[in-house]
Design a protein around this ligand. Structure first.
Ligand code: FE2
Ligand code: FE2
Length: 401
């Protein structure tokens, strides 16, 4: 155990958590090497990590400042978006009838596990002093599952509001029609994740501070393309990776069907993001604006890779026994999280290529953090949801299930 960990271990739990949150915030701010990225994400870092605005009173007020773009000529200005709009209309579904809610779910049932035991390396916990018997392991996995699904739910609320903002702000009229379907989709996603957590798991966690930072930053940014980049490409890419991994691993039929339906919608959302940004970045950006977006994207990719550490579960199960660093190592190296990162980046990196953000200048950075290997995969405009689901059904993952 490090000296700092040892000393903080002597403090009361509440103070220790506060110190941990400060350390996270300082870590976030020092990781941002580009001053413009720091200027754009830093204030959200303070609100999310230090002030914990996502965790107080059960609600958060986030002032926004985007500009609504009206067009009274109603042009047919983007045939691919129009086509996506048509597909989205046909793809609508009703959460009441599309998901088998009548099936009972027991999150502690060994025979129908929501997450396979191999998702985490429980042996590592024991080595660090957190020894769990079989029943406790099942309860621990239940905590992790509820935590993950709660973050999906909170992310979907962010997606709902961001989709509404983007619909106002986007300059393509066909994009606005399409956007209206995404607002409906995201509303439905909030509905189904909340219903699953509330009726089947009976456990909802508060929003993770790092997720709050990303949502806060992109809700406040006044530039429509930054919202797009943040939500449609990065957060939706993260969500698709997570939903895909869980869809592949879970044996629980209600959740599996829920994820299958949601993945089909999300595939359209990322496709829309790629279409809008590919054209905009190719035509309208100055060199400085392009560099800013390249740097921002890289930092947010690292944020997503390094910072979803389930601290809320740590505080419940391991605080006081296991150091924060050890926990971080445990989460980073758990087979399920590794698989989740692989699925996420194998989807995300080709999309960054498709919208033109993997410039020569950026390639060495992606290489350094081991992400360049995903460069040549299919981007969202080259993939259908059916293909994505078949790939997941056939994929051989690292997790033993
Ligand atoms: Fe969604
Ligand atoms: Fe979405």
């Amino acid at each position: 155990m490090g000296t700092i960990d040892h000393l903080t271990g002597l403090l009361p739990a509440r103070m220790r958590s506060q110190l941990g949150a400060y350390a996270e915030a300082v870590g976030l701010l020092t990781e941002m090497r580009d001053p413009r990225v720091l200027a754009s994400l830093g204030p959200s870092g303070v609100r999310g990590l230090i002030l914990q605005r996502g965790k107080q009173n059960g609600h958060s007020l986030v002032p926004t400042q985007n500009t609504a773009h009206f067009d009274w000529r109603y042009p047919n200005d983007h045939p691919e978006m129009r086509e996506l709009y048509t597909r989205a209309k046909h793809g609508q579904w009703d959460a009441d009838t599309a998901i088998p809610w009548h099936i009972d779910v027991d999150p502690l049932d060994y025979d129908v596990p929501i997450l396979p035991e191999g998702f985490l390396d429980i042996g590592q916990l024991a080595e660090a002093g957190v020894r769990l018997d079989r029943a406790e392991t099942a309860r621990f996995l239940y905590s992790i599952t509820s935590w993950m699904l709660s973050q999906f739910l909170h992310g979907e609320q962010g997606a709902l509001f961001a989709a509404a903002q983007v619909t106002e702000a986007v300059p393509f009229f066909d994009g606005k029609l399409y956007g209206s379907t995404q607002v409906m989709d995201e509303g439905r996603h909030v509905e189904v994740f909340h219903r699953y957590l509330d009726e089947k798991l009976n456990k909802v966690y508060k929003i993770n501070d790092n997720l709050f930072v990303i949502i806060d930053a992109l809700m406040r940014d006044s530039r429509w393309d930054m919202k797009f980049l943040g939500m449609q490409i990065m957060v939706e890419g993260l969500a698709l990776g997570a939903f895909g991994t869980l869809y592949r691993l879970t044996k629980e039929p209600v959740l599996r069907q829920l994820l299958k339906m949601v993945i089909q919608d999300e595939a359209r959302h990322v496709h829309y993001g790629v279409l809008a940004l590919r054209d905009h970045f190719a035509k309208n950006l100055s060199d400085a604006e392009r560099r800013e977006r390249e740097d921002w994207t890289f930092e947010v990719a690292l944020l997503m890779r390094n910072r979803f550490m389930a601290w809320e579960v740590y505080e419940e199960w391991a605080e006081g026994t296991m150091s924060r660093n050890r926990w971080k190592y445990f989460v980073m190296n758990s087979p399920g999280m590794e698989e989740f990162r692989t699925v996420m980046f194998s989807r995300l990196v080709p999309n960054l290529r498709a919208i033109g953000l993997l410039s020569k200048r950026m390639l060495p950075h992606y290489e350094r953090v081991g992400l360049l290997k995903y460069m040549n995969g299919a981007s969202a405009d080259q993939l259908t949801a059916e293909k994505m689901l078949t790939d997941l059904d056939e994929a051989g993952g690292r997790v033993v299930d």
